[in-house]
Design a protein around this ligand. Structure first.
Ligand SMILES: *Cc1c(COP(=O)(O)O)cnc(C)c1O
Length: 413
């Protein structure tokens, strides 16, 4: 490669993007959200395969115990997804038709879908422009006589403002469910995300901070609701129900509820146990990349993430740039395409949920109802942030973003 020539064009800020016929910053595609999987979890999975027990067993229970200690909750229930955890939280909360659950439109669809599955009605409330988290004032503005619960998301791993949210849920006697899919490491004044509300729901999906292929965890301090969730997570079956009929030896189970198939397996837990063990070093690596990105994008036509608030710990799950569209010649999707052509995987977190067809048609949501969420939805892009990234990978991301945004900046060509 012609290093001298590239340096000169970088200095002048005018390198032709691959989308315009230039050469991509790298030859191989950098997969968005590719997880770091290391030897210990590979060996643990093999050990599980060879043990003859692949289902829910002692490794699942060991992972639950590690996770329970990590959050300091009384109970942790391993599940096959965060969606399952959110759904069980809604079900054991006793939500019923007519109940309203206030949530954010700036989230993955699962957050609101589970409310629908539980038979209740999701009610969106707008987010703050800078934190991108649900605005406590907007929660309060949407409370009606039918409001039963608030479902918050610690978006990108940034804690919601828990002092205000706790004041509101206590004042109005509401159930609080925390979607912690981005927030395994998040805390507010030293208290972990997921332990403020009645339920905390975590995701171990392939792109998340802790990865088990598919997987999730429900945490709660409530003994009875934990027990109910545990039984519901495996078809509603309980060994206790038939206790009085069994003498000794073989125990029949009793089906107490029409439950779900939500259990975590030892295969998944094998990954989780070791992923959780490396939580801190992975977090530090993402923070390092996060800070490097902040420095590198300072002068570009985009807004970098708001600073981390004092007294909080950010999980650094997603790195999002908000494009300054007024300074660009093209729209967000053209920028996404151009980055992909540089061989950099990108994402969008998220298109505002109230504008998705189901929510438009079912609840009559439309443009203009949640202006901050819509503003973010139009201009947000997520770039790779994973402990798997090498310094060179992160450098490629930086070069690609600088190249594309500089090229498409107004008045630059
Ligand atoms: C990923 C995600 C979920 C769903 O998690 P799964 O484990 O895939 O079910 C829910 N909410 C948010 C905000 C997410 O990012």
């Amino acid at each position: 490669m012609n290093g001298g020539g590239r340096l000169l064009s970088e200095l002048s800020g005018r390198e032709k993007p691959a989308a315009e016929g230039g050469k991509p910053v790298r030859d191989t595609f950098l997969i968005y959200g590719s997880p770091l999987i290391e030897e210990p979890e590979i060996r643990e999975v093999v050990d599980t395969l060879e043990s003859g027990w692949l289902g829910t067993g002692k490794k699942t229970h060991a992972f639950e115990e590690l996770f329970r200690k990590h959050t300091g909750s009384k109970h942790a229930l391993g599940l096959n997804s965060c969606t399952a955890a959110l759904h069980l939280a809604c079900v054991v909360s006793g939500l019923k038709p007519g109940d309203e659950v206030i949530t954010t439109p700036m989230t993955f669809c699962a957050t609101a879908n589970v409310v629908v599955h539980a038979g209740a009605t999701p009610v969106f409330a707008d987010v703050e422009k800078d934190s991108m988290n649900i605005d406590p004032k907007q929660i309060e503005a949407h409370i009606t006589a039918r409001t039963r619960a608030v479902l918050i998301v610690h978006f990108t791993g940034r804690s919601c403002r828990m002092d205000e949210i706790m004041r509101i849920v206590q004042k109005h006697d509401l159930i609080l469910i925390e979607d912690c899919a981005h927030a395994v490491e998040t805390s507010w004044n030293g208290k972990p995300a997921g332990t403020f509300g009645n339920f905390g729901c975590f995701s171990f999906y392939v792109t998340k901070n802790v990865v088990t292929g598919e997987g999730g965890m429900l945490v709660t301090d409530n003994d009875e609701q934990y027990e109910q969730a545990r039984i519901l997570s495996l078809h509603g079956m309980s060994k206790d129900a038939y206790k009085r009929f069994s003498e000794s030896g073989y125990k029949h189970y009793g089906v107490e509820y029409a439950g779900f198939k939500y259990n975590m397996t030892d295969m998944q837990a094998s990954l989780g146990i070791h992923q959780l063990g490396r939580l801190n070093c992975n977090w530090e690596r993402r923070r390092e990349i996060w800070n490097r990105y902040n420095e590198a994008f300072r002068d570009l036509p985009c807004i970098t993430p708001a600073p981390v608030e004092k007294g909080t710990k950010h999980a650094f799950h997603l790195y999002t740039l908000l494009l300054r569209l007024e300074r660009l010649r093209v729209d967000r999707d053209t920028i996404l395409d151009a980055l992909a052509k540089e061989n950099i995987g990108v994402g969008v977190h998220y298109l505002a949920l109230h504008l998705q067809p189901f929510y438009r048609h079912t609840y009559h949501y439309h443009e203009g109802m949640f202006q901050n969420a819509e503003w973010i939805s139009e201009r947000t892009i997520s770039i790779p942030l994973s402990p798997k990234l090498s310094d060179d990978d992160a450098g490629d991301v930086i070069r690609a973003v600088r190249k594309v945004l500089t090229w498409y900046e107004k008045g630059e060509g």
